[in-house]
Each structure stands twice: as C-alpha cells, then as structure tokens.
Ligand binder design. Structure first.
Ligand SMILES: Cc1cc2nc3c(=O)[nH]c(=O)nc-3n(C[C@H](O)[C@H](O)[C@H](O)COP(=O)(O)O)c2cc1C
Length: 207
C-alpha cells in the first residue's frame, strides 16, 4: 500500500518553488491538518460523495487544487503511459463556452473546471489505434474519478459532465485532443445525502 507521504513528497519536496504549478503560501494551510486530510478514510469519502450542482462563489485554495491534481495523477493508466491531459480552465469566457458545449448546463460555470482529455499518442504500446483510443479514454476517466474523490475528501463537491459536444469543447479550449469529461468542483451550497443505489445482489453477476 502506498503511503500518503508519497503525495506529500510530490506536493512539497520534489519541486522547487519556482517549478510549482500552484506555489502555496504557508498561511493557506494553517488551520488544516494536512496529514489528517491525506489519511482520510477513502470509504467515508466514497460512501458520502454526492453530485452537486450548486456551488458557492468561493474560490478553491491552491493547496487543495494541488492535492486534487496529485490524486488524479495517482490513477492507474494503460502501460503507465498517462494517456490523458487535464485542462484547468481559469478563463471565465472559456467557462461560458463550455457551458454552451455542455448543452447549456449552467453549473459548468463552476469555481473549478477541469476538462479531462484523451491523449492516445502518449500510449506507446504496439496495438491498433482503436485499442489506444480505448486505453486513453479509460485513462482520462479514471483520472477524473480520482480527482472527484479527492475533491470530496477536501470538503468540496462536484458534478461530472459527460453530456458534451466534443468539437465545441475542443474549440473552446483550443486543443486537438478529444475530451472525455468535464469535472466541475466547488464548495457546496448545501450538503446533500448520497443517492440510494440498487442492491449489490442485483449489480453483481456471478458467472
Ligand atoms: C458518465 C457520466 C456522465 C454524466 N453526465 C452528466 C451531465 O452531463 N450533467 C449532469 O448534471 N450530471 C452528469 N453526471 C452525473 C450523474 O447524473 C450523477 O452521477 C448521478 O445522478 C448519480 O448521482 P451521484 O453522483 O450523486 O451518485 C454524469 C455522470 C457520469 C458518470
């Protein structure tokens, strides 16, 4: 089992302050026990996660962003080639274009918007293009799922957006890469109870 220190190392030790994507100020993490957060019981997070479409306008702290990105990057990927890319949308005009690309779902204009794209060219395996595409969509999807769980462990909520016009998203973020999903994250306006699911006996098919 990997130690939470692995993530701590990546966040705080491996890169020099100049290299960091999101340089943190120490005061930002005062009042939070980072070790405690990184030791969060994953079952609690999974069992309590609930999709959220109403977010407070409040910005998300940089150190929380870093944990979300580092968590996404712990996901398994085909051959370990990380066949995906994450676009962090900061530009408010682009967020509005993404609302339009997502069938006008207004909550896509969230405090934190991440577009997960497939990048099959990173997957250097000797298989046909269909397999590489299949791998990269799974890579991007898993990374988004890990990011979603990490967000919830940090007291944030999220909504997964799969209803997207791929071409419009690609135009909005100016990429040739095909998007697999958009993850919209923010502080929830109101905490919602997890949705009931079907019985495991219906879900599991023993053959
Ligand atoms: C592949 C996929 C696509 C989804 N697309 C959308 C979407 O476009 N818009 C939306 O509001 N929710 C979307 N959702 C969120 C689901 O509606 C939500 O996960 C589902 O209702 C179960 O609720 P829960 O996440 O609270 O368990 C999507 C979820 C998944 C996994």
């Amino acid at each position: 089992m990997s130690s939470p220190n692995d993530i701590l190392n990546r966040l705080f030790k491996e890169t020099t302050p100049q290299d960091r994507l999101y340089p943190k100020k120490d005061k930002e993490i005062q009042g939070f026990d980072l070790e405690e957060i990184l030791n969060t019981n994953i079952y609690n997070v999974m069992l309590n996660r609930r999709s959220q479409r109403k977010f407070e306008a409040r910005e998300i702290e940089d150190w929380k962003l870093e944990i979300i990105f580092a968590a996404a990057d712990t996901a398994p990927t085909a051959g370990g080639f990380q066949g995906f890319e994450i676009f962090h949308i900061k530009n408010s005009d682009i967020k509005l274009k993404l609302v339009s690309a997502a069938n006008n779902q207004p909550y896509v204009n969230a405090p934190l918007v991440l577009v997960f794209c497939m990048n099959p060219t990173r997957v250097k395996m000797n298989f046909g293009p269909n397999i590489l595409k299949k791998f990269s969509i799974q890579d991007a999807t898993l990374a988004a799922a890990y990011a979603q769980l990490a967000a919830h462990s940090l007291g944030l909520s999220s909504i997964w957006i799969g209803m997207i016009d791929e071409k419009k998203v690609m135009e909005a973020i100016n990429t040739d890469l095909i998007p697999s999903s958009i993850l919209c994250i923010g502080y929830p306006k109101k905490l919602l109870q997890p949705k009931p699911k079907r019985a495991l006996s219906e879900l599991i098919h023993v053959v």
